[in-house]
Ligand binder design. Structure first.
Ligand SMILES: *[C@@H]1O[C@H](CO)[C@@H](O)[C@H](O)[C@H]1NC(C)=O
Length: 327
C-alpha cells in the first residue's frame, strides 16, 4: 500500500515537474526516442501489407515512416541495425498507389519534397504491379508489391505529441473518471470481441471491466454522451463489448484471467447469461450480458496507469520520464 502511494506521489511529482518543460521524451513504452531527430520510433515486428502498416501506425497514434532527409535516414538505420539487425528491408511510407509514377508519402509529400535514394534502375514498376516502397539496411529504396508483407517503422515527432495528463498517456480521446481513477474510450467502429481488444491494445489499453456500480454508471454516461455514427451494416445495437468472457468454460473471468467481481445474478441483465455465447458485454443500461464473440459491436477500452508492465522502470529510469502537455 505504502509503495503504491509512493509511486503515485512520484508520478504526480514527475508529471508536474516536467509540465511545460521542453524535455518531454516519453510517448509509449514500445517507442524509442532518438535525440538527433527529436522523434520516437518503433520497428513493428508483425509482417504486414503496406496498407495495414499505414493503418496500424495511425491506430498507435503515430505515422508510417519514410525518411524525411538523410540525417533521419542515418539515425533510423543506426537504430535499426542496433535493435533488429537481421531484418534486410522495411516498408517505407512512399507509394504511387494513387497516380502511377507519382510517388508521395502518406502525408502527401512528393519526391521533390522528401529524401529519395532509389536503387539503380528503380522504380521500375516490375510487371506493372509495384506501387509501394521497400528500404534496405543501406538506405536505398526499391519499388515493390503493396500486397506483400514486410516489417515497418512507425514514428511520432516530439513536436506533434499531445499528452493526456489526466490519463497519463498520449492523446487518444480517453476520458478520465474521478470515481474509478481509470480512463475510458468508447469506440464507435463496430468490431468483433477479439478485434475490439486488439484495437484497445494498439492504444495501450484493454477492453473495460466493470468492478462496481459507480463504474457501471460512468460507462452508461459515456455511452449516452458519445455521438454514434449511423451505420448501414448490421451490428449489435445498444451492446458494448467489455473485457470479460467464458471462452475457457472456467466461469466468467476478466481478460487478464482474474475472477470477475461483478458476476453474480444481480449484475447480469434479466435472463442473462443465456445460450452458448461466451463473450462479455454491457447492455446500454450498464447491466452485463453475454454475447456472440463474432458479432460486431461498439466497445469500451480502459486504460490504467497500473496496467503498464513496468511503471517504475519507465518513470525512474535514467531517461527522464516526462508527462508533459502540448507546446
Ligand atoms: C473476429 O474477426 C477476426 C478478423 O476479422 C476473425 O479472424 C475472427 O475469427 C473473428 N471472430 C473472433 C471470435 O475472433
Amino acid at each position: 500500500m505504502f509503495l503504491k502511494t509512493l509511486l503515485v506521489l512520484l508520478i504526480v511529482n514527475l508529471v508536474s515537474d516536467s509540465y511545460g518543460q521542453k524535455d518531454k521524451k516519453f510517448f509509449r513504452k514500445d517507442y524509442t526516442y532518438i535525440d538527433t531527430t527529436q522523434t520516437f520510433y518503433k520497428i513493428n515486428s508483425i509482417p504486414s501489407t503496406w496498407a495495414d502498416a499505414k493503418r496500424i501506425c495511425a491506430l498507435e497514434g503515430a505515422i508510417f515512416w519514410h525518411p524525411d532527409n538523410e540525417v533521419e535516414l542515418n539515425a533510423v538505420l543506426e537504430f535499426w541495425k542496433r535493435t533488429k539487425p537481421n531484418i534486410p528491408f522495411l516498408w517505407s511510407a512512399f507509394s504511387d498507389i494513387l497516380v502511377e509514377g507519382r510517388f508521395v508519402t502518406v502525408e502527401g509529400k512528393s519526391s521533390s519534397d522528401v529524401y529519395t535514394n532509389w536503387q539503380h534502375g528503380t522504380p521500375d514498376n516490375y510487371q506493372g504491379n509495384e506501387d509501394c516502397t521497400h528500404i534496405s539496411t543501406v538506405g536505398d529504396m526499391n519499388d515493390y508489391r503493396c500486397d506483400s508483407k514486410a516489417l515497418f517503422i512507425c514514428k511520432k515527432s516530439l513536436q506533434s505529441l499531445e499528452w493526456n495528463l489526466e490519463c497519463d498517456m498520449p492523446h487518444f480521446g480517453y476520458i478520465f473518471s474521478y470515481t474509478t481513477g481509470k480512463c475510458y474510450k468508447l469506440h464507435t467502429t463496430p468490431l468483433n470481441w477479439t478485434e475490439a481488444n486488439d484495437r484497445c491494445q494498439l492504444e495501450q489499453s484493454s477492453l473495460a471491466v466493470i468492478n462496481d456500480r459507480l463504474e457501471a454508471e460512468f460507462l452508461v454516461k459515456l455511452t449516452e454522451s458519445t455521438p454514434k455514427p449511423r451505420l448501414k451494416k448490421k451490428y449489435q445495437r445498444g451492446i458494448y463489448h467489455l473485457g470479460f468472457h467464458n471462452r475457457l468454460n472456467e466461469g466468467w473471468q476478466t481478460i487478464t484471467g482474474k475472477p470477475l467481481k461483478t458476476v453474480n445474478e444481480d449484475w447480469f441483465d434479466n435472463y442473462q447469461p443465456d445460450g452458448e455465447d461466451e463473450c462479455g458485454a454491457m447492455f446500454f443500461n450498464g447491466r452485463l450480458i453475454n454475447t456472440d464473440c463474432d458479432m460486431k459491436s461498439f466497445f469500451i477500452c480502459q486504460h490504467e496507469v497500473e496496467n503498464l508492465d513496468e511503471p517504475i522502470d519507465i518513470r525512474l529510469s535514467s531517461q527522464p520520464y516526462v508527462g508533459g502537455g502540448v507546446d
